[in-house]
Design a protein around this ligand. Sequence first.
Ligand code: GDP
Length: 466
Amino acid sequence: NESFPRVSLDNKEELLGGLLTGGFDEASCISRVQSHLFRKVSPHKASPFLISKLRNYEEIHRRCGPNTRAYDGSMRKIARSKDNGTATMCKYLIWTPVNGLGNQMISIVATFLYAILTDRVLLVKFGEDKHDLFCEPFLNSTWILPQKSPFWKENHIQTQLQKDKVNNSTSVLFINLQYTHSSHEKIFHCDQTQDLIRNIPLLILMSDQYFVPSLFMNQLFNMEISKMFPEKDTIFHHLGRYLFHPSNEAWELISRYYQAHLAKADERIGIQIRVFNAISTPKQAIMDLVLSCTLNHKILPKVDLQTSMSSVGKNETVKAVLVASLYKEFGDNLRRMYEKKATASGEFIEVYQPSHEGKQMFNDKKHNVKAWMEMYLLSLCDVLVTTSLSTFGYVAQGLGNLKPWFLYRLVKNETHFPPCEQDFSLEPCYHDPPKHYCDGKPLKDFVSSFSSLKKCKDFSFGVKLV
Ligand code: GDP
């Protein structure tokens, strides 16, 4: 019962070419109607099949989501028969947060794709720290797991997905797809596993990963995904733009900041500087890397010490640089470098850094709003420089349709050449793909086994779709 969208021509842009559905109360989510005024129109069109799958999903969510009779009935049944299996009218997939906001957002997208592929209702376990970051994505419903759900507190469900031992006589299964340093095998995508868990009414999934490539390793999912996304490297781009609309509170911050500092510039350069180990990596080494990358690739111009500012013409172009970092030094250094100075290209450089939180914080809403604001602002830039391996940068690149320059990830005081390289796609990297085929044989080379997968540029153990 897949229904096709009804999109009137006049709001086609607002609805991103039919990716989004109309009918939302505009005042409840202003970004939904305004964001297209801030972004370039995406050259990637959502396929009619993706649109029909989304409309079909919305219908399931409306019918089975919280505050419906089907939800109450199914959940009650599941709670009652946790250990002995049951059949319910609706099936669910609870997403559980782990790690930072970027990690969480990429894993929500992967989880949503899995929900679409398996006709499950996606419910997100959002605590206070994520209330009011995003608008509700599904019309006339909520995707937030109700606080009073018996599955809200259940962190250590006994029944886990394990190698060679999937128990299908249960109503609730916990699936952990987190990044792991151990050689713990991932069998989630295998036919055998999927066959066994297909009828389990409630799956609780915990992941900090963009595990979409593993879904692609499953033959059945692979066919669906290929039909939904004829351009395979636009999965996050479309689903991220579909799901993540800044709440009114976040949108106020984003739109004001954009208008005050970035809107008038001729070009916007986003630089995201993530320091993974602040103790072992001196800030100066990172600053040198940023300069070496941006100057070598002419992303930023060299300062011209010969020419004085006063002799520079008045109508030169303005480049606005948006720096996102936990540390104030980076924005300050760059600003000082260009302040009152002429540049070799004649461009005028303005440097802005919206926040400098000092350190990553957990379960903190104000901190998360700033992170979301910066990921979004980065996505509105024309050129993006991000830090290798950072999922914070992945969100910006995917939403923004940008192929970023990846800064090399320094761990010590080393210098590195090249300081940065440009990515070949918009997709986030899956850092932790399975290491074995489903028959248990070691998987040596993804690229020759799966022609649509390619090694990530910023992390050679990771893969992404091309
Ligand atoms: P990753 O660790 O770089 O992959 O990105 P995550 O988003 O998963 O985790 C990093 C977290 O640290 C973010 O969610 C923020 O809470 C915080 N953080 C790191 N860098 C920045 C930044 O540039 N700006 C802000 N506002 N927060 C940051």
